[in-house]
Each structure stands twice: as C-alpha cells, then as structure tokens.
Write a protein that binds this ligand. Structure first.
Ligand code: PRP
Length: 218
C-alpha cells in the first residue's frame, strides 16, 4: 500500500481538520509535538503522510500530485483556479466573500460606474465584476488589511472575506454585495481519485458522516 499524502493549510484550519480526522480514527501523534521542526508527519500504521503548507500553496501541491488530498478554504480554491476536484464541504471556517465599502459606494455599484476595487483576491473579484455583473472595474491587488483601500482613498470598494463583520464595522464600512459563501473544503488530485478511489471515498464518507452527526446534534 502506498502512502496517501495530505496537504493542510497552516493554522486554525489544520488544527480543526486534525480534530475532525481524529473523530474518524485518523491520528498523527508526531504532529502534536509543538517544538518539532519537521515538515512532514507520518502515520505508519495507516500509511498516511501529512504536511502543513501556506493556504494558497495547498491547491498547487494537490494539482501536481505532491499531495493526494488537501484541506483549504474555498476562497483559496477559487483564487488559485487549479485543476483539482473539490469533494467535500467541511462546514467550519464559514464566512462570506463580499464587496464592501462606505455606504456612498453603493451608488457606484448600482450604476455600473468604472470603479476601483482593492482586494487580495483579484481573480475572484474579476470573475464577479466581469462575468456576473458585467461591470468594468480597475482591480488593485493588495496583500492584507484590505479595508484600508476605501479609507485612504485607494479604492471605491474592496472584495474581501467577512466573518463576524467587526473589521468592517470598526472602520466605518459595510457589506454592499455578497459574492459567495466560503468554508473549508477537501480537494483531491484527479489522478489520485482514480488510483486510490476506495481509500479516498472511505475517508470522505467518514468525514461526511461526522459532519452530518455534528449538524444534527446542534
Ligand atoms: C480577514 C479579512 C478581513 C477580516 C474579516 O483578515 O481579510 O480583514 O479577516 O473578519 P471579521 O469580519 O471577523 O472582522 P485577516 O485577519 O486574515 O488579515 P488580513 O487583513 O491581513 O488579510
């Protein structure tokens, strides 16, 4: 039996994923050592390997088959646009991709004006404005603290993730339009899906069962 390799998006996402995996009997003790400098962790008994990667790199590892399976946010999947299968919504990390700005920018969206859009997600923003709204916009790529855009006059609106809404509120901004809902997803390499269909399907079914149980007990 060959190893099945998992790429997990670093941080809270990986921690929640590993807890979920434990509930279906998949553990990786090596990974729990906080002081370790190792990058890859092995569960010999079940022939599984795990590694942590920066979120945007997870779809890359999965597309090239360096990882068979990945867990990453839907925002990253949409932005990276890789050739991978999205097979399961894990439900956690739920938030929304939205067009946000000051109330006054709402008008500009209604009248399809040529506006400036600041975002960490240029592909998602472009797809939304060009293909869904048929509105010509100028997209300005930023790498974080995107809410600054309209505040300092760089852009009219932003396309960004809204979770609790408190960043917007504290900065005098609001949701103007919703682009799409987001949450953590399981992605699979298309070739791995064929070659390791049974093992991967078992895993997905197990995860789906645990998620359904959680949802019905809430
Ligand atoms: C994300 C996102 C928003 C904020 C939304 O930023 O880009 O800024 O969280 O969360 P809220 O609705 O609960 O306030 P992140 O903390 O990842 O940092 P960043 O601005 O550097 O991207």
């Amino acid at each position: 039996m060959r190893y099945l390799t998992f790429a997990l998006g670093k941080g809270r996402l990986a921690k929640t994923t590993l807890k979920l995996f434990e509930e279906i009997g998949i553990t990786c003790e090596e990974m729990k050592d906080k002081d370790t400098r190792k990058l890859i962790f092995v569960n010999e008994e079940r022939k599984l390997r795990f590694f942590l990667a920066k979120g945007p790199d997870v779809p890359t590892y999965v597309e090239y088959g360096a990882a068979d399976i990945g867990v990453v946010g839907r925002d990253t999947i949409l932005e990276e646009g890789r050739n991978i299968y999205e097979v399961l919504d894990l439900g956690f990390g739920a938030c929304r991709m939205c067009v946000c700005g000051p109330e006054s920018s709402g008008e500009l969206l209604q009248h399809h004006e040529q506006i400036r859009v600041a975002t960490k997600y240029p592909k998602i923003a472009k797809d939304y404005f060009y293909n869904k709204k048929h509105q010509t916009v100028e997209i300005i790529k930023l790498n974080g603290s995107v809410e600054l855009g309209p505040i300092v006059g760089l852009s009219d609106v932003i396309v960004d993730i809204v979770e609790t809404g408190s960043t917007l509120k504290e900065n005098g901004l609001m949701v103007l339009e919703e682009v799409c809902p987001l949450s953590a997803r399981v992605v699979v390499n298309p070739v791995s899906m064929k070659l390791e269909q049974k093992r991967i399907q078992n895993l997905i079914s197990g995860l789906r069962r645990v998620i359904t149980e959680k949802n019905t007990t809430v």
